[in-house]
Design a protein around this ligand. Structure first.
Ligand code: NIG
Length: 384
């Protein structure tokens, strides 16, 4: 089988501290060889293979792992964003606007919208995406959105409990029951994970616990939207239920941080959502120093964070969340992989998927040093 070498890499981030400098396991003047979709060796520049690609001294990283997105939706909510920039607060209820548009779109429209967003994310260096449902909110539309998502990733997440849809207004417990029964059954064939938006204006702790429990009983892994718009029970619940990830974590008490640090639940920060909803940025330093695992994801969605730019998220994390450059790069790669409980991605070493992101820059520092500049030169996904 043909082997390929990416040679003459000026600075290679391996995320394997046993083979290189610091937490990113940095190697200089390096090369990576892969066969089919798997890395077979990482070494000094000059390794031999059937096919050679010259990185010409550029920086190469593991492809970004975007562990939180809502890529399947129709419609536009830029007017809501403009109103927020003029001082209006973000509200969970805006989700219903996207639900209406998504229900009204044909399957092929939704499919091509998702394809465009996935391609945009790839150009931004993202080689793995998680995709949530959450803009269907009835049995047929949740299943439809998840089936579409499945065409792009194995990491699909059933988010029927995103908000109470208009037809269940004032009957949120009935809706939760519906999510936990008929909707979950329809979603199961296309889902790996279940999630719930635990927040004022969406679902309370008991409702969220019921959703997570139903998902677990059905064999799904657990994730939770937690502590996005204010302090609340989400993070503690995520830890109690053994969620792989508590997402947002914008408002964290000392007790929340202690709970995360004593658990296997990854604190996934979504800085572009805080940017776009004018929330304060979380202090990631406190979370990291306490010993919790962290990830950064784009949260690409039409309401709170319409971006596929992981570089933008990294830049905010470094500039405003007190993460070092290295911590932010690690969180957007290995951190995302941990949040998805994936051991085949997020690092550059033998046996891992050949998912690589080459920057048009000598170092990952440029991701933050040159904000807003599309620095991703080339992306390899499974060696292609
Ligand atoms: O993760 N918080 C809940 N879900 C999305 C926002 C969805 C929307 O406003 O459409 C999020 O930010």
């Amino acid at each position: 089988m043909t082997t390929t070498v990416l040679d003459n890499i000026g600075l290679l981030v391996t995320n394997d501290p046993t083979v290189g400098e610091g937490i990113l396991g940095i190697r200089r003047n390096a090369s990576v060889v892969w066969q089919a979709d798997q890395i077979v060796s990482v070494g000094a520049a000059g390794q031999l293979a059937d096919r050679r690609i010259d990185a010409e001294g550029r920086c190469v990283l593991p492809g970004f792992v975007d562990s939180h997105t809502h890529l399947v939706f129709a419609g536009d909510r830029s007017d809501e964003f403009a109103a927020r920039m003029a001082g209006r607060a973000y509200e969970a209820g805006g989700i219903r606007v996207s639900v209406e548009a998504t229900r009204g779109a044909t399957t092929s429209e939704l499919q091509s919208l998702t394809e465009l967003r996935r391609a945009e994310a790839r150009r931004a260096g993202i080689t793995t995406v998680e995709i949530k449902s959450g803009y269907g909110l009835d049995v047929a539309n949740e299943a439809r959105c998840l089936e579409i998502g499945r065409g792009f990733t194995a990491d699909t997440t059933f988010l029927g409990a995103h908000v109470v849809p208009a037809e269940f207004e004032g009957r949120s417990d009935d809706y939760v029951h519906h999510v936990c029964t008929d909707m979950l059954q329809a979603a199961l064939p296309y889902s790996r994970w279940i999630d719930c938006f635990c927040e004022v204006g969406a679902f309370d702790a008991d409702q969220s616990r019921a959703v997570l429990q139903a998902g677990r009983d059905a064999g799904l892994g657990l994730r939770l939207h937690a502590n996005q718009l204010g302090h609340g029970p989400g993070v503690q619940l995520a830890v109690e239920m053994g969620c792989a990830s508590a997402d947002h974590c914008t408002y964290l008490s000392d007790a929340d941080i202690a709970a995360l640090a004593g658990s296997d639940t990854v604190a996934t920060f979504l800085p572009a959502a805080d940017f776009s909803t004018r929330q304060p940025y979380p202090d990631a330093r406190r979370v990291i120093d306490a010993g919790a695992s962290v990830a950064i994801a784009t949260n690409c969605n039409p309401g709170s964070s319409y971006t596929t730019s992981m570089s933008f998220c990294i830049a905010i994390a470094v500039r405003d969340m007190h993460m070092t450059l290295e911590e932010a790069v690690l969180a957007a790669t290995a951190g995302g992989a941990k949040a998805l409980r994936r051991s085949d991605i997020g690092a550059v070493k033998p046996g891992m998927r050949a998912d690589l992101c080459m920057l048009d820059a000598p170092s990952y520092t440029h991701l933050v040093y040159r904000p807003g500049v599309p620095l991703v030169r080339r992306v390899f996904e499974g060696g292609k």
